[in-house]
Design a protein around this ligand. Structure first.
Ligand code: MSP
Length: 645
């Protein structure tokens, strides 16, 4: 059986988790799930990096001991991951005994082999980077990363003979072109190695300066340099040297990091492994940086994106989808809620959501909800089958190759192809003409393809995928799925099973008016129009109308939305125990006080959702006129909560 081991960086506990950490961990999770569905045995590790100057400083400024401080922040990371549906097998902390023991064993091994020596070193030390800089590396005398003046420190320390392994490393990279990928980062490392001598690495800090670290096994006056300590987590968690997991998973180790920590992973780590007699990892996978509205995320600018806020506002799966779809792996990308909403509405609500809704509702309308047996075939069926095979093949190839955006784009060929297939086969016309033989095949083809789409989406949107399959009447078990087989098998969805009546997994989200993109996504508009023109299913049954809970409410309080000029927060008495808050786009037409006391008609059972972080529990009905906006209200006053029928 093939295997796959994926790691994220272990995150520093000097800051709370943000978009960047969420991205790497979500990609790792998606890869882990993808490889499971490809039939492999997988292992997924994440954790926290808890030693070093930075942590001591952060603890001090928080008035805590380092241990108290790291316990709190590490827990923030550990608790976040289940909330983001992250399926890690292990979470390692560098303050755990199992990690410390392995660090000391490896240090001793490398020391005994003669690759660690004691020497005097003077250098420019940047506390932000926790490393020494040479004169040459400084920019105008400042740290290139932090733009601060490093402190000149001369002290005796232990050094790892990294320089000794330069030629071996170059040779290894040349012989294994995808050791570091994508290529641009491999080239960066190669030119760094080729540009000159590789320096030795200072791997200790005297306890007189820093005590918060792992003591060197051969000198109790020193602690280990934080990078020499942290990198070892990747083998410590597997139980190096004799652990079963180490034997199984180390040969297929895939590290996932951003470009900021390329050098420690591409140069320190392989040379450390070599010196310790451990095989190099299989791949180092390097991604770019998320910028926020084109600027670096930073606490001082106040533009740090919090993953859970995105989950609350847009749903976890939409956020995960956006992360993978929007960034080209390896390059930087810009994050904005506007772009997220654009993707959610166009790709998820419109393309995918529409396909599911239309198909399920047609299955109910034409076959009482039961999956029909395929019957009369046509050339369009073979065509869509081929589109499906190509789409799934390209999804699988690109995903294996870390090209997530292209993988999803590939799969969407099938999603769009199926929407087109509905338009072309016009099931409503087949129904009208009584052509049940053909209609059965069309609905079957749609449902079987929806199953295929749902299983392919599990790595990216696990919850939505499972719900889609549930709606199709299929219980989901990852071990029963095999993506490569999906390319050839056909007909796994069983006839006669009853499917759900509707699927509303991705409701459209409105950006507050001032953020609405100038041009609505063209595809979204076209498809919506099409459905109106060609498919008479927009007529609703009386029972559908009865589902609406329309009520008269009396407006009690109104205030402006704190973050959106065009929105008002309207609190209405609709006969419930508490007032109901409706976020309404009325600010251009009414002053808050104009509305208080008025009676309005409210759609009371509209699914609650958040508009710019404010909960909206319904909709106020209004009519737009040339002059402005008119609210619907009864001609005479009625008790609040009166039903409109
Ligand atoms: N503790 C070290 C890693 C040791 S691994 C043996 C560290 N920690 S960190 O908390 O600073 O995490 C850096 C990593 O967080 C990046 O490599 C990346 O995975 C993620 N990101 C942090 N900010 C990011 C962006 N703005 N964009 C994308 N990912 C980023 O370095």
């Amino acid at each position: 059986m093939q295997r796959f081991y994926i790691t994220t960086p272990i995150y520093y506990v000097n800051a709370k988790p943000h978009l960047g950490h969420a991205y790497t961990t979500t990609v790792a999770d998606s890869l882990n799930r993808f490889h499971r569905l490809m039939g492999e045995e997988t292992y997924f590790l994440t954790g926290t990096d808890e030693h070093g100057d930075k942590i001591v400083q952060a603890a001090e400024s928080n008035g805590q001991t380092p241990q108290e401080y790291v316990d709190v922040i590490s827990k923030l990371f550990k608790d976040l991951w289940p909330n983001m549906n992250i399926s890690n097998n292990d979470f390692i902390r560098t303050t755990e005994p199992r990690h410390k023991e392995v660090v000391q064993q490896i240090l001793q091994k490398v020391y005994d082999a003669g690759d660690i020596y004691f020497g005097e070193y003077g250098g420019h030390y940047c506390f932000g980077c926790e490393r020494f800089y040479t004169e040459k590396e400084l920019v105008n005398g400042l740290c290139p990363d932090h733009q601060t003046k490093p402190e000149y420190i001369a002290e005796k320390n232990y050094f790892f003979k990294m320089s000794k392994y330069r030629d071996w490393l170059l040779d290894h990279i040349n012989k294994n072109p995808d050791f570091i990928r994508p290529e641009r980062y491999r080239n960066e490392v190669v030119s760094l190695l080729e540009s000159g001598e590789l320096e030795d690495l200072c791997i200790s800090r005297p306890k007189s300066r820093l005590t918060w670290g792992i003591e060197l096994p051969f000198d109790k006056d020193y602690v280990t340099y934080v990078w020499f300590d942290a990198l070892i987590n990747y083998v410590a968690a597997l139980g190096w040297p004799d652990g079963e997991k180490f034997k199984k998973f180390w040969p297929v180790a895939n590290h996932l990091v951003a470009k900021d920590i390329l050098k420690p992973h591409a140069i320190f780590w392989p040379t450390m492994l070599k010196a310790a007699g451990i095989e190099p990892y299989q791949h180092l996978n390097v991604h770019g940086y998320w910028l926020v509205e084109d600027t670096k995320m930073s606490k001082s600018i106040g533009n740090v994106v919090e993953p859970l806020a995105m989950k609350d506002a847009y749903g976890l799966d939409a956020f995960r989808y956006f992360l993978l779809r929007e960034m080209s792996f390896g390059q930087d990308s810009s994050f904005s809620e506007k772009a997220l909403v654009g993707r959610l509405n166009a790709d998820l609500a419109n393309d995918l959501g529409n396909l599911f809704n239309r198909t399920l509702s047609m299955t109910h309308k034409y076959f009482g909800g039961h999956i029909p047996r395929p019957d009369v075939e046509d050339v369009v069926d073979a065509e869509i089958k081929k589109i499906g095979q190509d789409a799934m093949q390209s999804f699988q190839d690109f995903f294996s190759d870390l090209k997530f955006s292209r993988a999803l784009e590939g799969l969407w060929e099938l999603v769009r192809g199926l929407n087109k297939y509905i338009d072309e086969t016009a099931p409503w016309a087949l129904f009208k003409a009584g052509n049940t033989g053909r209609l059965s095949t069309v609905i079957y083809v749609l449902l079987e393809n929806m199953r295929k789409i749902a299983v392919h989406l599990w790595p990216v949107m696990p919850e939505a995928s499972e719900k889609m399959l549930e709606q199709l009447g299929i219980p989901f078990a990852p071990e029963k799925v095999n993506l490569p087989k999906e390319l050839d098998v056909w007909g796994l969805i069983e006839s006669d099973i009853t499917v759900a009546e509707t699927s509303n997994l991705f409701p459209r989200v409105d950006l507050p008016a001032e953020e609405t993109p100038e041009k609505p996504a063209p595809k979204a508009k076209k498809a919506a129009k099409k459905e109106k023109a060609e498919e008479p299913v927009c007529e609703i049954e009386f029972e559908d109308f009865q589902k609406l809970d329309l009520r008269v409410g009396t407006v009690k309080e109104v205030e402006k939305h704190p973050d959106a000029d065009k929105l008002l927060l309207v609190k209405v008495d609709t006969g419930d125990k508490d007032l109901r808050q409706v976020v309404a786009g009325l600010a251009d037409f009414f002053q808050p006080d104009d509305l208080v006391g008025k009676q309005v008609v409210v759609v009371a059972n509209l699914k609650p959702r958040k508009l710019r972080k404010q909960l909206s529990q319904g909709m106020v009905l209004a009519v737009k006129t040339d002059k402005g906006m008119e609210l619907l209200s009864p001609t005479g006053e009625v008790p609040p909560g009166s039903k409109v029928s």
